[in-house]
Write a protein that binds this ligand. Structure first.
Ligand code: HEC
Length: 108
């Protein structure tokens, strides 16, 4: 049934079905680019994308709870860290927390 397989390929092509979309799930909640964010906004104080301490503490391997991190990002800390509550949605902050949890030392 060679023709049938060919038919399916053609039809899925016509429907605009993209096989690569299977491999890369599309994020529908937050379009924040966290790497970029840390390189610009947070990197002033959380060096190396949060891997090492700068003006702010190291974030990699943090023992803080998600709630603590969420709270700190939203409300900042007087005289230490600006509040970002009006900059980011909750979905954005979820993504930032995931990013922090996934941090690994940079390979040399
Ligand atoms: C002006 C410097 C500065 C910037 C910019 C900044 N932070 Fe901070 N951040 C700090 C300081 C200082 C602390 C420590 C506050 C304290 O004393 O508890 C901190 C604490 C934190 C903590 C809690 C860490 C811990 O273990 O207590 C998180 C999470 C965090 N920052 C995330 C971020 C994120 C995400 C951004 C970017 C959106 C950001 N910060 C931008 C200075 C900064």
């Amino acid at each position: 049934m060679k023709n049938r397989a060919l038919f399916l390929v053609v039809v899925s092509g016509l429907l605009g079905f993209s096989w690569s979309s299977l491999a890369q799930p599309v994020d529908q909640t937050s379009h924040l680019d966290v790497n970029q964010l840390f390189a610009t906004t947070c990197g002033w104080c959380h060096n190396d994308g949060g891997r090492t301490a700068g003006k702010g503490p190291q974030l990699m391997n943090t023992k803080r709870s998600d709630d603590f991190i969420r709270n700190r990002i939203k409300h900042g800390k007087e005289g230490a860290m600006p509040a970002f509550g009006s900059t980011f949605s909750d979905a954005d902050i979820d993504k930032i927390i995931q990013y922090i949890r996934a941090l690994k030392p940079e390979q040399p």
